[in-house]
Design a protein around this ligand. Structure first.
Ligand code: NAD
Length: 317
């Protein structure tokens, strides 16, 4: 039985990934510090299902604590690492970038330093579509320069990708950087549009629409994101950067249309200005993921939104 160490295991994608790996028969060690980027009680709920599985261990630890990380790796001897722990609020990072540098860059550096002293088969570092900024031609391909992320959050992810390359080069570590695009679904982060809209519409409240609703996002069902992550964990590639998106961007207004259809309601809309650190469009070219991982998304947006709504209705109303 192989051991996978997942950082950020109590978060949105991390908890989905932990469950999926347990179902596949892995031993999973989940690391999380339950930070307060959003209400930590949600994270306790996210991870509750894993706790009943004897092959799961939860370790409450901050990846900024390098000595504790090293001790943990020596004890559990993982074969695989999925590094998802990060602060991931684009707007908050604009106001106060320091915790983003500390957790996303220095914390990630601690992971690389620890992994360097561990006989590991493979590791996945989770990056973000936010590295592309606003001036890359869509659909975004991995070989674009990505030198102009427009939020400090995106800059921390790009910096960590560059560190990953240097660790691959100097120590032969196999690290695949996955650039996630707008995941949504069960255990959704509570500050993301699909979650906020599901909740507001189910409660008969107004939804907030930023700008004129024209900004586009490549919404990707979290189950598809998790499948890609597992495929990447299983396949050491040396050093690669791979987009994990839906390849089918929707404008906010189109997304609202999907919600209205799924719920059979007409939304009441309250407009608010767009944030300057919010890009116009995210759009993944996923041919590299198809080629290297044999992966493509399977869950269409209507089906994914139905699953999100069902989960929100049962858990977050
Ligand atoms: N959800 C998306 O659409 C999306 C898109 C692009 C990239 N990502 C990336 O995917 C990863 C997971 O995102 P998510 O949406 O699940 O976010 P999330 O905030 O739900 O999960 C991140 C988890 O990391 C933990 N964490 C943060 N700092 C830590 C530290 N110093 N030590 C230990 N744990 C720490 C948090 O407590 C949280 O549980 C992140 O790296 C994020 O940047 C997500």
């Amino acid at each position: 039985m192989k051991t996978v160490l997942i950082t950020g295991a109590a978060g949105f994608v991390g908890s989905n990934l932990s469950l999926a790996l347990l179902e596949e028969g892995y031993r999973v060690v989940g690391v999380d510090n339950f930070d307060d980027t959003y209400d930590p009680r949600f994270k306790e709920e996210n991870i509750a299902q894993c706790l009943s599985n004897p092959n799961f261990e939860l370790v409450r630890l901050n990846i900024c604590n390098r000595a504790a990380l090293q001790e943990l790796f020596e004890r559990v001897q993982p074969q695989l690492v999925a590094h998802l722990a990060a602060k991931a609020d684009t707007r908050a990072a604009v106001e106060d970038p320091y915790p983003y540098v500390e957790n996303n860059i220095l914390g990630t550096l601690n992971i690389f330093e620890t992994v360097r002293h561990t006989p590991l088969e493979n590791m996945v570092f989770v990056s973000s579509s936010s590295v592309y900024g606003n001036d890359t031609k869509v659909p975004w391909k991995e070989d674009a320069a990505a030198n102009h992320p427009i939020s400090p959050y995106g800059a921390t992810k790009r910096a960590a990708e560059l560190f990953a390359y240097s660790y691959h080069h100097n120590f032969g570590m196999s690290i695949t950087c996955l650039r996630y695009f707008n995941a949504y679904g069960e255990y959704n982060r509570p500050n993301m549009v699909p979650y906020l809209w599901a909740r507001a519409l189910l409660r008969g409240e107004e939804v907030e629409l930023s700008g004129a609703g024209t900004r586009k996002r490549d919404y990707t069902y979290v189950g598809d994101t998790v499948r890609a992550t597992i495929a990447a964990l299983k396949k050491p590639l040396g050093y690669e950067i791979i987009n994990i998106g839906n390849n089918h961007p929707l404008s906010l207004l189109e997304l609202l249309g999907v919600f209205e259809k799924v719920l059979g309601v007409t939304a009441r809309v309250k407009e608010r200005p767009s944030h300057p650190a919010s890009v116009e469009e995210t759009y993944a070219d996923i041919s590299k993921a198809q080629k290297l991982l044999g992966w493509k998304p399977e869950v269409p947006i209507e089906e994914g939104i139905k699953r999100l709504v069902t989960w929100v209705r049962a858990n977050r109303l």
